[in-house]
Design a protein around this ligand. Structure first.
Ligand code: ADP
Ligand code: MG
Length: 248
């Protein structure tokens, strides 16, 4: 499979008021088209920094990044604008990029219809937390990214909703052939969704291990992975690796 993202020896040192903070040290990995990759690691080790650098929002100190295609970004807060209709929320990214063309609007309408949001004509207030995340995803997909970055995107949701939303988002990403790179503090979430899980060390973050996750199932989804006998094996392995460290 074709490589869609290549991260080579990324280092990041922040210049803070009271000295330097070394956040990332020689981070290297790559992602192939269609893969779902998760990153876990101790709180404050540099996970969000890494995604910000990949997205271009933050500068790297050294290293190289190769990206084939546009990037979409999903955060914990859905950032939907309450005073805009759902349709107009979904068009926001296209407006910002000055790509609100009839062709793109047609694509957005197709996505809204396909994923059951077209009949919601009003503002986001009428939607459940899960449906709001679905709108946020479709807004991100509207710019046609090849790779989606997710930073703790499901952390604000309660447990039951999170299970349903991760199932939903996973299926949409697979159907639309989007490659994903997700940061999460939830080991189970990482295992259930990913083809590989990257474990980072404490700050400055280095790549400790890259675990290949293979349930040997056709049509895997996050929920049916959780029921697979191999699930707890992977969980225990990563739990031990992270030790007693509080991870977020
Ligand atoms: P994580 O997402 O893994 O919890 P972050 O990437 O947010 O960690 O932060 C890694 C480290 O870099 C932390 O020590 C944090 O305080 C520091 N840091 C993050 N952003 C900045 C910044 N803009 N300026 C200075 N230090 C920062
Ligand atoms: Mg973070």
């Amino acid at each position: 499979m074709k490589k869609i993202l290549e991260v080579k020896n990324i280092c990041k040192t922040y210049q803070a008021k009271n000295g330097e903070i070394e956040a990332l040290k020689n981070i290297s990995f790559d992602i192939k088209e269609g893969e779902y990759i998760s990153i876990i690691g101790p709180s404050g080790c540099g996970k969000s920094t890494l995604l910000s650098i990949i997205s271009g929002l933050e500068n790297k100190t050294s290293g190289e990044i190769y990206i084939d295609g546009k990037i979409g970004y999903m955060l914990q807060k859905d950032n939907l604008l309450e005073w805009r209709t759902i349709y107009k929320n979904v068009l926001l990214g296209l407006e910002i990029q000055k790509e609100n063309t009839s062709e793109n609007r047609e694509y957005v309408e197709k996505l809204l219809k396909k994923y059951g949001l077209y009949e919601f004509k009003e503002n986001p207030a009428q939607l459940s937390g899960g449906m709001r995340q679905r709108v946020a995803l479709i807004r991100t997909l509207a710019i046609r990214p090849k790779i989606l970055l997710l930073d703790e995107a499901f952390s604000a949701l309660d447990y039951q909703t999170r299970l349903m939303v991760t199932e939903d988002i996973f299926k949409i990403l697979k159907a639309e052939n989007i490659t994903a790179l997700m940061v999460t503090h939830d080991i189970s979430e990482a295992i259930s969704m990913s083809d590989r899980v990257i474990v980072l060390s404490e700050r400055p973050a280095t790549v400790k291990t890259i675990h290949k996750i293979d349930f040997e199932m056709e049509n895997r989804t996050p929920l049916n992975c959780r029921e697979n006998p191999k699930f707890s094996k992977y969980f225990n392995l990563m739990w031990k690796e992270l030790g007693e460290k509080n991870i977020t």
